[in-house]
Design a protein around this ligand. Structure first.
Ligand code: AGP
Length: 367
């Protein structure tokens, strides 16, 4: 049956608000609260033999893969290579037979990713795929299918598929870590517990919708917008910038906060909104010092952090968005929400075609 918008103005808005439910639904097939274990769908792969992971995807799915690189390396201590599919296919990467290639795609039909998958297969890699459409080509091709249960995503700008991909990738990282002997039972139980907190934390983030709508006018007139983050929030900065570009047509760039001083800081003046993603934690002070450099040059900062981070460094920002305290493993899932909502409200204010932005297709099935 056809998917309806219900009480929402756009599919994108509806899909943003579906996230607590679809992330919970996705997690329910990867975590087992009754014994505190993470679980993957039945398979006969020996994950303990995996010594290298190659991640390939496009667009938003690629940014989910970037977050996964941080998790897989941190938890499982397995090195990860990551490429956008259109580069991977043609750069003749060194692929060892029996190594694991992980493809991430909402549609499961993206031409570049599919061709990369076929290349990996021909090189003898084991194929895992995180896919939202269970009947898609990639779902059929995978040795290990890791489905997301986001339901049909209609808005061209990917939202709920992204957070569901992150949920699956977190569970995958934990699983690989266990197989590699890098996770104690207690640590695994902790991870399961925190993953299960994700839907509630997303819900809390969605509670700031009105505030974010009210700050959209700070961004809508801008010609350029920068997004900054460190660690797993760096891919989130890239994702925030992509969302804004796609649907509001404002030029936006995501940068690793520490790279600012190597070039992009030259762009900063009082007409450039800078969105800073900085949960409190080990990287907080570093990001805040990059933020002060921006402020000293007149940049207008929209600061996204938790209560502790806002208390420490929120003064002098033009706007702040308070996220719930969250374990590092679920922070990227939670911080995705305000960047989605900000892009959405800016686009609505600009009057663009939010669900069908110009020049874009939902599924890019040509090279
Ligand atoms: C995201 O908002 C995009 N519209 C786009 O970047 C998308 O993520 C990309 O084309 C990959 O699509 P897929 O996940 O279906 O492979």
């Amino acid at each position: 049956s056809a998917v309806e918008k219900g009480n929402y103005r756009h599919f994108m808005q509806k899909e943003i608000f579906e996230q607590p439910a679809v992330v919970a639904n996705t997690l329910s097939s990867y975590v087992r609260p009754y014994d505190g274990k993470v679980a993957l769908p039945d398979n006969d792969l020996d994950l303990s033999a995996i010594d290298r992971v190659t991640i390939v995807a496009c667009g938003t799915s690629f940014y989910a893969g970037m977050v996964a690189k941080y998790w897989i390396e941190q938890f499982a201590r397995v090195p990860v290579d990551i490429d956008v599919a259109s580069e991977f296919r043609y750069r003749d990467p060194v692929l060892e037979k029996g190594s694991l290639a992980l493809f991430i795609s909402q549609s499961g039909e993206t031409a570049d990713t599919l061709a990369a998958l076929e290349h990996s297969r021909a090189c003898g890699q084991i194929i895992a795929a995180v896919v939202n459409v269970p009947t898609s080509a990639m779902a059929r091709e995978a040795d290990l299918l890791l489905p997301t249960h986001a339901g049909p995503e209609i808005g061209v700008a990917s939202t709920k598929a992204f957070t569901c991909q992150l949920a699956v990738l977190a569970a995958f990282a934990a699983n690989l870590a266990r197989a590699k002997g890098k996770l104690s039972e207690e640590e695994e139980r902790e991870i399961v517990k925190h993953l299960q907190e994700a839907p509630e934390a997303i819900n809390d983030a969605l509670g700031h919708d009105d505030d974010i709508q009210a700050m959209a006018h700070l961004v809508a007139p801008a010609r350029d917008v920068l997004y900054l983050g460190r660690g797993p929030d760096y891919p989130l900065a890239l994702e925030g910038a992509l969302k804004l570009k796609e649907i509001s047509y404002i030029h936006a760039e995501g940068y690793a906060a520490g790279e600012m001083k190597h070039g992009p800081i030259a762009l900063i003046d009082d007409a450039v909104p800078v969105i800073v993603l900085a949960p409190s934690g080990p990287l907080f002070e570093k990001t805040v010092s990059n933020m002060q450099e921006v402020r000293a040059r007149g940049g207008k900062i929209i600061f996204i952090s938790d209560a502790k981070g806002l208390a420490e460094a929120g003064d002098g920002c033009v706007a702040t968005i308070e996220m719930p305290e969250a374990h590092p493993l679920i922070q990227p899932i939670v911080y995705a929400v305000p960047v989605q909502l900000l892009a959405y409200h800016v686009a609505v204010l600009k009057g663009t075609d939010v669900d069908q932005p110009r020049n874009l297709a939902k599924s890019v099935t040509v090279e």
